[in-house]
Design a protein around this ligand. Structure first.
Ligand code: MRU
Length: 347
């Protein structure tokens, strides 16, 4: 069965409920904007590119049944829906990219009757979904050229089908290399506290027949020291104009370790993850999440002293100086990043 992480279906949004994986593959039908907001907050749907689609589909869901009395009222309600869904999670640039594309379509069509504006918004959601599918395949193609036969790749979090519409970014590079017949091995970091690597990456890589081995996050250094890793590839939630890249907490650790062990460290992300309005990673908003995610293993079993203080940032920022290259849908970007990002992604 082909997996589609998020799509418009039955007059609503259908997502795979990722909190149920790997035990059960459950689809969730989302009928309201509030329900989508909660699904994003709880990581039922997650991963930067999937959030881009969620933002756009959410905006459409929020306005499709409105019967505004006039254009002014429609604009106010539309903006309310945009701001509401944008308040669900702060870090992934793609979420805001999806919302901004919808906003542009609304403004370009604002002189039309509400029914026509809604049609244009729906068409934009379709375009965003197909753009994601195409950009992931393009990342896969460009990235796979960096992968050699018998490479062993270390990755973190989930950057595959479940983080996009149906393919993946960093995992897309792995999928494409596998499809091309290269013999590759993958080590997946479990990715504490919410275990996206253990629960999601191992599940989808195994489904695709990839040779994957799970490790605890604190085992990466040992693997590198033993010479078992030839490349590290991670995704990104937001990349600043100078190439600093925010991704799942623990990515920066891997970049520092890679530099020490002389291992190429790659970030893979579509153009929609770049935020050229910010000069460097210090400006990236980092989501802080509930301490219970750390103290109660996947919300179920206590693993820490009751009431202990917790530090739980969901993302960290890897300095561009530690990144060997950024694999994008527009090609592979190498240092100097400031100049080359503008040239390739430039908006
Ligand atoms: O908190 P999550 O699970 O949404 O974090 C996701 C990541 O950090 C991914 O690596 C990133 O979004 C890139 S996904 C292609």
């Amino acid at each position: 069965m082909k997996l589609v992480t998020i799509e418009w279906k039955n007059n609503g949004i259908r997502i795979i409920d990722q909190t149920k994986l790997p035990a059960k593959l459950v689809f969730l039908q989302i009928k309201s904007l509030k329900q989508l907001w909660q699904a994003i907050k709880l990581l039922k749907v997650r991963g930067a590119p999937a959030l881009g689609a969620a933002g756009a589909l959410g905006v459409y869901l929020g306005v499709k049944d409105l019967k505004p009395r006039n254009a002014e009222e429609f604009k106010i309600l539309f903006e309310k829906a945009c701001r509401y869904i944008g308040s669900s999670r702060p870090t992934a640039r793609n979420l805001f990219w999806g919302i901004e594309r919808m906003r542009k379509v609304f403004l370009d069509n604002k002189a039309k009757e509400a029914r026509k504006i809604k049609q244009a918004l729906f068409a934009e959601t379709k375009l965003i979904v197909s753009l994601d599918m195409a950009s992931c395949r393009s990342i896969g193609l460009h990235g796979s050229r960096l992968i050699k036969n018998n490479d062993t790749i270390l990755t973190i979090c989930n950057t595959g089908i479940l983080a996009t519409i149906d393919y993946g970014t960093a995992a897309g590079v792995i999928y494409r290399s596998h499809e091309d017949g290269k013999r590759i091995k993958v080590y997946a970091c479990e990715t504490r506290p919410l275990l996206q690597g253990a629960r999601l990456t191992t599940w989808e890589l195994k489904r695709k027949g990839i040779d994957v081995t799970l490790i605890c996050d604190n085992m990466a250094a040992t693997l590198m020291k033993q010479g078992k890793i030839s490349k590290v590839i991670a995704g990104a939630d937001r990349i600043a104009a100078n190439g600093d890249a925010a991704n799942k907490i623990g990515t920066y650790n891997l970049a520092v370790l890679s530099r020490y062990h002389n291992i190429p460290f790659y970030i893979a992300a579509p153009a929609s993850t770049f935020d050229l309005s910010i000069p460097c990673g210090r400006h990236i908003p980092i989501e802080q999440r509930a301490g219970s995610e750390v103290t109660d293993l996947f919300f179920k079993h206590p693993v820490a002293a009751k009431g202990v203080k917790v530090f739980n940032p969901a993302f960290d920022v890897t300095d561009s100086g530690l990144i060997t290259a950024i694999i994008t849908d527009k090609g592979v970007i190498r240092p100097p990043y400031k100049k080359n990002i503008r040239r390739k992604i430039g908006r």
